[in-house]
Every structure is written in C-alpha cells, then in structure tokens.
Design a protein around this ligand. Structure first.
Ligand code: ARG
Length: 563
C-alpha cells in the first residue's frame, strides 16, 4: 500500500530504458500545495541523460502514464503531478485499518533481531532529573517503535550505582543520617546529607579522606560498606519506581555500573593485547588523537576504573549476552564525546560490532531559559512535576466535564501523558523550555489535544450501533475526508521513518496532524447523516480513533475513552 511505489512503478513503465524503479522512487516528492496533486515526479535529472528539455519530458510522461491508481496526471513545467484515484485509495486504506486494527503499521524491517536500549539510568541517591525523564520517555518510545518495525528489544537501566560519591554518602550517613528518614523519603534524605557533606568538607577537608577510605572499603568488599551501599541502592530504586510506574515504563535489566565491577578485566586485557594502552601522568589511557578526540581514560593513577571502562565492559557483556543487531544509548547530548570515544576504542580493538552502537542524544530541558541542575540545589523532582500536571488536568476536567466517571484516573492519564507528549514532540536534539501550564493545554499541539480528538471520535461512534448500519463501499472522496485518508495512509511510513531516525517526534507530529485534519473533517461534515456513505464515514472515524490510540501507545501515552 505504498502509493509512492505504485506511482514509481507507473513512471518506470514509461522510462524503463533510462532509470531504475528505485531511482524513480527516490525522485518522487510530495508537492507543497494540494492543488498540485498527491505526488510529483521532477524531470530535471532525466533532462541531462536524455538531452531534452525537462518540460518536454514531463509532457511525454503525462501522455504515456497508465495506472488504475492514478486518476489524473498533469505536466506543470518540469514536473509531472499525479492525482491518486481517491476512491481506490480510500477503500484500500480504510479496509486495511478495519481489518488490522492496532496492528496496522506493523512492519518486518527488524527481522526479529535484537536491539538493546540503554535508557533512564538515573544515579542512586540523587533525584531523577528532567534529563533522566527525557532518557526514560525517549527510550521507552523507541522501544515500542523498534518492536513495531519487527525487532526484539531489551531495555537496560544502566544505573549510576558505583563511584566515589558512595564513600561520601556513607561518611555523611554515619555522621548526620537517620534510618527513619531514609525509609520515609530516601532521595530527599540522601541528597540532604550529601549536600551537607560538601558544605562541611569545605571547612573540614579530612572528611574527604574518610570518604576515600570508605569507598576503598567498598571496592575491597567490606561487608558494612557494601550493606550500606546496597541499602541506599534499594531504597533509591524504590523511589525511582514510583515514577516508572506512573509512566508505565518497565525494564528487562537493572544492571548498572556496579554490575561490571568484576567484568572489567576483559576489556582491559583486550586493550593491553592490542597494544593500545599508554600511561600518561600515571593514568592508563587509550590515545584517540587519530579520531580528534581526547584520550579515553581507562584507569586512574590509583588503579580505579572509570565510567568508560564500565561502558566498555557493558558493551562487551551485552554483545555476548544478547547478540544485538543494534545498541541504542539514550543519553543527553553532553555525553556525545564519551560515546564517540567508546566507539573509537571498540574500533581500535577491531571489534566490528562497535559500528552498531548508536548514541541517541537529546537536548536540555530548561526552565525559564536556565539549565536545571542538582548541584546548585535547583532540583526538579520529577514525581512532583507529574503530580502537578495531573492536578492541572483534574482542574480542567472539573471545569469541562464535572460528571465524568473516574476523574482521578483520567486526570492522571491526561496529566502524565501531557508531560511525556511535550517531551517527545520536539526533535530530540532540540533544547526546550518547560512551562507546565502550556504542557497541559487541551488546545494546541499537546498530548491532551490528541487525547481529546479521539474522545470526540469515540463519542460519535457511541451514538450509533455500527453493526446495524448497512455496509457500503469505503470510498470517501470529498476534500476533508481525503485529507484524513492521506494521513491515515501515511502511518506506516511515519513509523518506518521514526525507526530509521530513532526519532519519536516523527510519531508525535504525525498524531498531531492526524488529530488536526480529523477535527477539520468533523467540523465540516455530518458524519451521522443517514445516506449511503454513513458506513464509510463511521469506518473513517473508527480508523482515526484506532490510529491515534496506536500512535500514542508507541509514544508510551495512555488514551482515556472519555475526558
Ligand atoms: N548515569 C549516567 C548519568 O546520569 C547515565 C548513564 C548512561 N548509560 C551509559 N551506558 N553510559 O549521566
């Protein structure tokens, strides 16, 4: 049902001596204006090979084209514009969605191969930041999208659960911490004592020595140190899980940095064996000047391993365990050098599969134009943002639809969904500012708007018993319906594109557009008129509802039936 392919074939039938089908396909475009048709073929490229004026070629093609899918073709200057046979396309698109329901758009690109997705990865004892939210929702959406195009996926939460900061936390906990407070509100308490540690250490530098000593104990397997560490980890994870539950995000593995403590010999030995290790100021490094990158730090001067060493071990472990076709690292832009280094080191080690690692970078979320950071105490507790958002959604529901059943549940779907949608609708590399009031609007390019559009579709469908409506042809050809049908037709292509670019925003923009053309259609047609196209219109409305729901599911957003 790729109409571009069908048109390409028709053009190819005319030009087979000069171009391949694939070349024709690549050249075909979507015209800017509707009155110029649904697809267009530019003749410039051929003009050179044929030594003919492009306008002349366009005229020739127009005269010779013959396809039941093309209703009309016109030469406009150097372009051939094609108008698809609306009745045929409408019937095919609507029949397909009617038959396939939620599986419409499922593709087989992935051949059941495995994609490992490294997502979320917050740091133990620290609040989950808006950056971790981005990683969580982008990673989760990519997970759904990659599955939809035929991959198996493994979601790994590479927790930041090891490092010298735990030495500080242990010291701080022993001096100023309370067990009750940690149990009551782990992140708040752990952050409080961590901040206190840094304040106190300014006047009592010996605290830093104690911290180093405790971290050393952790590395040497001291029971007391490890028990405390494990407890911090468990309690923190419990709190992160509140957020994951709200967003309905699950993981297949929580193997974080600590998991690789006993798995770093392997990469280090490999680097040694390949003769890549150098000692520089006491530290062990891999020189990456050939890549115009800073050296990769493998071991500190005291022998301690680093973030990079763990990521090398993790990549090797994942390749061995999952034999992935791709490994996606959904991590902020600011770590782009780290992932370039990681790939470069794998390449230097002759590990070909290093090519299959992709850093899925994303931009910063700012608030009033400023970066959010933990250090300066300007923390944004994600949990609170989600709750506030649900609160704003509830207020709007109270105002608009006070008699709605299970308002609280719907408010959560709307409020949480609004935050997630706002995150996913921008190209992931863009920075964007976060203003909650804008995010939870029911109008504009928002999650609630998309949800509301489907609620509207469902309320139309509730007014009739579809089973009793005589089935007619699914051929809708008026302008408003045609806009909706074209958008429905493009769902598989949008999914494919989102998977190739690792870009959930393609789907978010797609559903916004679908909601917009549907709302125009709704405003300009009498869906329930009792004529012989009633069935076709109901199928159209049903299809919009199904595709909006499936599109939002890919983004990880729930769709209430009423709101
Ligand atoms: N915990 C890290 C951070 O918050 C992100 C880890 C990303 N994943 C990885 N394999 N390096 O910055």
């Amino acid at each position: 049902m790729d109409y571009k392919k069908i048109v390409a074939q028709a053009v190819f039938d005319v030009l087979s001596e000069h171009l391949t089908v694939e070349e024709v396909y690549q050249l075909i475009e979507t015209p800017k204006y509707e009155k110029m048709g649904d697809l267009a073929f530019p003749c410039f490229t051929l003009a050179k090979t044929l030594r003919q004026a492009p306008n002349q070629i366009a005229n020739d093609v127009v005269a010779k084209i013959n396809s039941p899918y093309i209703e009309k073709q016109e030469a406009v200057g150097p372009y051939v514009n094609f108008f698809l046979a609306k009745d045929k396309v409408s019937n095919e698109v609507l029949s397909a969605i009617l038959e396939q329901g939620a599986s419409y758009g499922q593709l087989a690109i992935g051949n059941n191969e495995t994609v490992v997705i490294d997502l979320s990865a917050p740091n133990i004892a620290k609040p989950m930041s808006m950056g971790h939210l981005r990683s969580t929702v982008i990673g989760n959406a990519l997970n759904n999208i990659m599955q939809k195009v035929g991959y198996q996926t493994v979601k790994v939460n590479h927790l930041g659960d090891w490092g010298t900061q735990f030495g500080k936390l242990i010291v701080a906990y022993k001096l100023w911490g309370s067990k009750e407070a940690v149990l009551e509100s782990p992140i708040t308490e752990l952050l409080r004592i961590y901040v206190k540690f840094h304040e106190e250490a300014e006047t009592h530098p010996e605290l830093e020595d104690d911290a180093r000593e405790w971290f050393k104990k952790m590395e040497d397997g001291d029971k007391e140190a490890l028990d405390l560490w494990e407890w911090f980890r468990e309690e923190s994870l419990k709190e992160f899980t509140h957020v994951y539950d709200k967003l309905e995000v699950t993981f297949d593995s929580y193997n974080g940095e600590a998991f690789y403590n006993d798995k770093m010999d392997k990469p280090v030995e490999l680097l040694e064996q390949k003769g890549l290790l150098k000692v520089d100021n006491g530290a062990t490094i891999v020189d990456l000047e050939a890549y115009q990158l800073n050296p990769a730090l493998i071991k500190k001067s005291d022998g301690a391993t680093l973030y990079m060493t763990r990521d090398l071990a993790a990549a090797m472990y994942r390749k061995e365990t999952y034999n992935f076709a791709k490994a996606l690292y959904v991590v902020g832009n600011e770590q782009s050098n780290h992932f370039k280094q990681l790939k470069a080191v794998l390449k230097e080690s002759d590990l070909q599969w290093g090519e299959d690692l992709h850093h899925i970078a994303f931009g910063l979320i700012t608030q009033n134009g400023k970066k959010l950071s933990t250090r300066k105490g300007k923390i944004v507790l994600l949990n609170e943002v989600l709750e506030e958002s649900a609160g704003l959604a509830l207020a709007q529901i109270e105002a608009k639809n006070p008699t709605l059943a299970n308002k609280e549940t719907v408010a959560k779907q709307v409020g949480y969904g609004a935050v997630v949608f706002h995150d996913l609708k921008n190209d992931r590399l863009n920075n964007f500012d976060f203003k909650l009031e804008e995010v939870v609007q029911f109008e504009g390019e928002t999650g609630p708007y998309v949800q509301y559009s489907r609620v509207r579709a469902l309320s139309i469908l509730r007014k009739v018993d579809m089973a009793s409506v005589p089935k007619g042809e699914l051929t809708l050809t008026d302008d408003y319906a045609w806009e909706v049908i074209k958008q429905l037709r493009d769902f598989p292509a949008a999914i494919k594109r989102a998977s190739e670019l690792y870009e959930p925003s393609v789907i978010a923009k797609y559903v916004i557009h679908l909601a917009q053309v549907f709302n125009k259609y709704y405003a300009n047609s009498t869906v329930l008129a009792e004529d012989d196209q009633l069935y076709a219109r109901l199928v159209l409305v049903q299809s919009v509802s199904d595709v909006l729901k499936e599109g939002m599911r890919l983004l990880g957003i729930q769709m209430p039936d009423e709101m």
